[in-house]
Write a protein that binds this ligand. Structure first.
Ligand code: GDP
Length: 197
């Protein structure tokens, strides 16, 4: 896929206010600092499209972007901010849960995982939650350029082992770097394929 146009549409706190669900939608989510904004900017080749390093305490928003006039890219608020209050966390949970339940045009969720870390409880819980809801999702390992391929392989293998403790099948996995653009073609081709199904 060639990205001809990527534009910001709107930010919402309520699913009801999101754009009409008349186009396939791809949502990106992960722990804070995982590299979500960098990945979105890398995929769309627009440096400032998604804002990098958004800080905790800010309003948590569902951000819609329109790509090539044909599909929505959604930047969902991340999880795992150390300093977020219990109340904020509950608010996030409610909003995300609502989003996943109500967004009928959701074609796939991209769960971002920092490839430098051993499996984290929070990431595994989130993946298991998506799997439990029966939602289509894939895993995107980020920041490949920060370490050796051997280390990335070992992180991915560790995730696979953990997931196979609960699930019979593994989700598709992508290896990416916002620095080198690794994984860009693979993700865009994947979206193309899902869109024509
Ligand atoms: P977000 O909070 O998930 O949106 O994460 P950001 O995109 O703001 O990235 C967090 C930090 O990691 C920033 O300092 C980025 O420059 C850095 N970063 C993100 N992706 C990569 C990557 O692929 N390679 C490298 N080397 N740094 C990255």
């Amino acid at each position: 896929m060639i990205i001809k146009e990527a534009k910001f549409l709107m930010s919402n706190t309520r699913v009801e206010d999101c754009p009409a669900p008349n186009k396939p939608e791809y949502a990106f989510i992960g722990r804070s600092n995982v590299g979500k904004s960098s990945l979105i900017n890398m995929l769309t080749e627009q440096k400032g499209l998604a804002k990098t390093s958004s800080s905790p305490g800010k309003t948590q928003l569902i951000n819609h972007f329109l790509i090539n006039d044909s599909w929505y890219l959604v930047d969902l608020p991340g999880y795992g901010y150390a300093k977020v209050s219990k109340g904020e966390r509950e608010k996030w949970k409610k909003m995300i849960n609502f989003y996943f339940q109500k967004r009928e045009n959701l074609a796939c969720v991209f769960v971002l995982i920092d490839s430098r870390h051993e499996p984290l409880k929070q990431d595994l819980e989130f993946i298991n939650y998506l799997g439990g809801m029966g939602l289509p999702f894939v895993i995107v390992f980020t920041k490949l350029d920060k370490q050796s391929a051997v280390k990335t392989d070992s992180t991915i293998a560790a995730y696979q082992r953990k997931l196979l403790e609960t699930w019979e099948e593994l989700p598709q996995m992508f290896r990416t770097s916002a620095e080198t653009k690794a994984g860009r073609d693979e993700i865009l081709n994947f979206i193309d394929e899902v869109n024509i199904q």
